[in-house]
Design a protein around this ligand. Structure first.
Ligand SMILES: [Zn+2]
Length: 300
C-alpha cells in the first residue's frame, strides 16, 4: 500500500510539473504542431488532476499545479502566436505522429474518466454524513478509475471519504501508523437521513495501518432505513456508536465517530445506499452534490 501511495504521489507531482516544463520550453516550427503538443500535454495533466488522490498529494497543491501548467501554456503561446498555422512542406501527421497517437489514447482515457463523473440518474437525497472538518471524497464516481467500489454491484455507488487539515493533506506522512495522524480519525459521523436504525455494531478494534480485518469487512457500522432504501456507514471507531437498533434518527443526529475497523487501508468513512429488496446499490447525493473523487464537503 505504501508503495502504491508513493507511486501515486510521484505521478501527481512529476507529471504536471514535467509537462509544464516541456510546454514552457517548446520551440515548434508552426502554431499547428504547437497546438498538438499542448493539447496532448493538457489531456495528460487533466487526467492526473482528475484521477489523482489530492487528499494525499494536497488539496491545494492540485490548484497550484494547474496554475503552473496554465502559466506555462500562456507563456509558450506568447512565443508561438505569430508563427504560421502550418508549414507547406511538412504535414502535421508526418512530423508529429507519435504525439497524435498519444493524444488519441490519453484523450480516450480522459473521455472515459469524464463519463464516470456524469451525474447518475435519480440520486437519493441525503445529508452529508460528517461534521467538524473539511472532507474530501477519496473514492467516488461511476467507474473504476475514480471509485474502487464501481465494479461491485451492491456498492457500485459507494463512497469513501477522508478529511484534510488546514494545509490540505489527509495526513502528515504517506501512511502514518498512528490513527490520530489522520485528519479524519475521530470525526463525528452524523445521520444523513430520518429513519430507524436497523443494524449497529461497535465491538471491533481499530486497526493500525496497514493492518486490516477482511473477515468483518464493514467493521463497526450502522445501517439506517432511510425510507425505501438503507444506508450503511462503515469502519466506525470501537465503542463510539451512540445509537441502538430501533432508535429513530433525524438528519444530523450523532451516530458515532470515524475509526479504522474492518477491511480498510486507513481511517475513512465508507457510505453506500442499497435497495433492501433487490440488494442493488443506489446512487446518492449529499445536500444535492454527488460524491465524486476529490470533491470537497466543508461542514463545521
Ligand atoms: Zn469503501
Amino acid at each position: 500500500v505504501i508503495f502504491l501511495i508513493a507511486v501515486m504521489l510521484f505521478v501527481c507531482f512529476v507529471f504536471p510539473l514535467g509537462y509544464a516544463w516541456r510546454v514552457w520550453r517548446l520551440h515548434e516550427p508552426t502554431l499547428g504542431t504547437w497546438a498538438l503538443v499542448v493539447a496532448d500535454a493538457s489531456v495528460i495533466v487533466a487526467l492526473v488532476l482528475l484521477v489523482g488522490r489530492w487528499d494525499m498529494a494536497g488539496y491545494y497543491t492540485r490548484y497550484l499545479l494547474l496554475a503552473v501548467f496554465v502559466a506555462a501554456v500562456l507563456w509558450s503561446f506568447g512565443k508561438h502566436k505569430s508563427r504560421n498555422l502550418r508549414a507547406d512542406d511538412a504535414p502535421l501527421i508526418r512530423t508529429r505522429w507519435t504525439t497524435l497517437v498519444s493524444l488519441i489514447l490519453f484523450g480516450s482515457a480522459l473521455a472515459y474518466v469524464l463519463s464516470g463523473m456524469l451525474p447518475p440518474a435519480q440520486p437519493r437525497a441525503l445529508g452529508f454524513p460528517l461534521k467538524g472538518g473539511r472532507f474530501v471524497v477519496a473514492q467516488g464516481g461511476g467507474n473504476g478509475l475514480l471509485n474502487h467500489h464501481a465494479n461491485h454491484p451492491l456498492q457500485r455507488y459507494a463512497a469513501d471519504i477522508t478529511a484534510v487539515g488546514s494545509t490540505g493533506f489527509r495526513a502528515a506522512a504517506l501512511l502514518p501508523e498512528r490513527l490520530d495522524g489522520y485528519a479524519i480519525y475521530g470525526a463525528s459521523v452524523i445521520s444523513p437521513c430520518n429513519g430507524p436504525v436497523v443494524a449497529a455494531r461497535d465491538d471491533l478494534p481499530d486497526l493500525v495501518p496497514p493492518r486490516s480485518d477482511s473477515e468483518n469487512s464493514a467493521g463497526n457500522h450502522v445501517i439506517i432505513d432511510c425510507g425505501g432504501f438503507n444506508v450503511e456507514l462503515a469502519h466506525l471507531q470501537q465503542g463510539s456508536v451512540a445509537v441502538e437498533v430501533g432508535a429513530v434518527l433525524s438528519v444530523g443526529s450523532l451516530i458515532g465517530t470515524v475509526g479504522n475497523s474492518g477491511n480498510t487501508t486507513e481511517p475513512h468513512l465508507h457510505i453506500h445506499a442499497v435497495d433492501p429488496q433487490s440488494g442493488a446499490g443506489l446512487p446518492v447525493a449529499f445536500d444535492g452534490r454527488v460524491p465524486l473523487r476529490n470533491r470537497r464537503f466543508v461542514n463545521w
